[in-house]
Design a binder for this molecule. Structure first.
Ligand code: HAM
Length: 439
């Protein structure tokens, strides 16, 4: 019996794999422009990291982690998100012991959550994100939003909706939690079992409850904005004023609380509905955290960051035809050996072309020349390089322009320069021996 993939995981192949590459490369380039550097934490961490970091009251920790005992009976977990692992990496490698703060990092890779698979929701998915740690200003919060907005507009997702809210400082949240407890106490016996535990662990989490009957009760709950301290209000107003200055559009959403426990002050989410009306859920989200670094055993340092769901970014880009023409990566040259005798030279020539920067493929099967041309066409090749017995004996090749059908003979040692010339590229500064301009 065949073995299939695990439920909630999927194979990313062909166009979709190309698109992931395109998205990830573009995001990396933009992060580099904003002076973020890549970090690569392991996929596997001690379970305690996420219990402490993401928080015991979050659904992620309570229900969704892939946790198991390794052979030495240690409890380990496949990361359900990056942020806690990045804080561990920062603390363990003492990356905050510098005057050059904030420490700014980006990351990309697979993340695992045992959720119910549905549209836009997988058990293994890919996140791309950033964290800026060691600075507590409204400006750094806004820099992360500006970075995310630059990414989204570079992907042509201008119609993104940026929802923003503040969870205030400790004092604001403590007062808000008390008010929520008082409010939900009257309804608790009508609410789901999960909400009973949420009520005890962290009443803020009740606001994320997905049960329709509970949502109606949630609608009438007190709002965070009415419990903000003066400091928290001022900080949030600064964030909004900076976004206005930078002409970054946003909507204040006072119901936004985020599902992970580490957030404080600014929180935000990116939403985008495809033009066909499909909504995959938030395409990205993030916010500020005050206590996470200390929670992991580091100094008192605040941070801010966001993660995009790459699978969801791909889905909206595909639905809205925003990938077309942006990630074409056709083979440029197709090498066609005619018979066994031509194969060694064909392999040598293909490697030389690749080393010179041309995306080159070769026909490995003994098929007729016409069939090889069809393959070259399907691959989108601009030129075919044909090698038969004569060419091997004369140490030359035939180069055929697939568009004009013109063909020329070329000595093997001049091939890469000739191809550069035909492609309209600069091949040399006149110092080499090819003399192609004279030929
Ligand atoms: P999050 O909201 O849990 O935040 O996830 C971020 C993004 O990952 C979501 O907006 C969504 O696009 C994607 N995502 C989440 N779950 C799934 C799923 N099951 N299938 C497909 N995509 C999914 C975090 O993970 C935080 N660490 C973000 C952050 C970084 N906060 C501060 N720094």
């Amino acid at each position: 019996m065949a073995v299939n993939n695990v439920k909630g995981t999927r194979d990313i192949i062909g166009e979709e794999a190309n698109a992931f590459n395109y998205i990830e490369n573009l995001l990396k380039q933009i992060c580099e422009l904003f002076a973020y550097n890549e970090v690569r934490p392991p996929v596997l961490e001690h379970t305690e990291l996420f219990v402490r970091g993401v928080g015991e009251s979050s659904d992620v920790v309570r229900k969704e982690m892939y946790t198991f005992l390794d052979k030495a009976e240690r409890s380990v977990t496949l990361r359900p998100e990056f942020t806690a692992g990045i804080m561990r990496l920062i603390v363990q490698n003492k990356l905050l012991n510098t005057n050059e703060l904030p420490f700014k990092a980006y990351y990309v890779g697979p993340v695992f959550r045992y959720e119910r698979p549905q549209l836009g929701r997988y058990r293994q998915f890919s996140q791309f994100g950033v964290e800026a740690v060691g600075n507590n200003s409204p400006e750094i919060d806004v820099e992360t939003i500006a970075l995310a907005y630059t990414i989204l507009t570079s992907l042509n997702l201008e119609n993104v909706s940026i929802r923003i809210n503040t969870l205030g400082d400790d004092e604001s949240r403590e007062n808000y939690k008390k008010a929520l407890k008082a409010y939900f106490a009257q309804y608790l016996d009508q609410m789901c079992q999960d909400c009973h535990s949420r009520y005890e662990l962290n009443p803020l989490r009740i606001l994320d409850c997905k049960v329709p009957e509970d949502q109606k009760i949630v609608e009438g709950a007190p709002k965070m904005k009415d419990f903000l301290s003066e400091n928290a209000k001022n900080r949030f107003n600064k964030v909004l004023a900076l976004l206005d200055e930078m002409s970054i559009p946003y909507v204040v959403d006072d119901t936004l609380v985020r599902g992970l426990d580490y957030y404080s002050e600014t929180v935000y989410e990116f939403h985008y509905t495809s033009s066909n009306g499909t909504n995959y859920g938030a395409i990205g989200a993030g916010g500020h955290y005050d206590k996470l670094v200390a929670e992991i055993g580091g100094p008192n340092a605040a941070g801010v960051g966001f993660s995009f769901g790459v699978d969801r970014l791909y889905s909206v880009l595909r639905d809205d035809n925003l990938l077309r023409g942006r990630m074409d990566n056709p083979v440029e040259i197709y090498v066609m050996p005619m018979g066994e005798i031509a194969k060694p030279l064909a392999m040598q020539v293909a490697t030389e072309l690749r080393v010179s920067g041309y995306r080159t493929d070769m026909c490995f099967e003994d098929v007729k020349l016409g069939n090889m041309f069809k393959r070259a066409e399907r691959k989108g090749a601009s030129f075919a390089v044909i090698i038969g017995e004569n060419e091997v004996n004369n140490q030359e090749v035939i180069i055929k322009n697939m568009a004009t059908q013109e063909q020329i003979n070329c000595p093997v040692e001049r091939l890469t320069c000739k191809v550069s010339e035909l492609m309209g590229d600069e091949c040399c500064d006149g110092e080499c021996q090819c003399h192609h301009k004279e030929n």
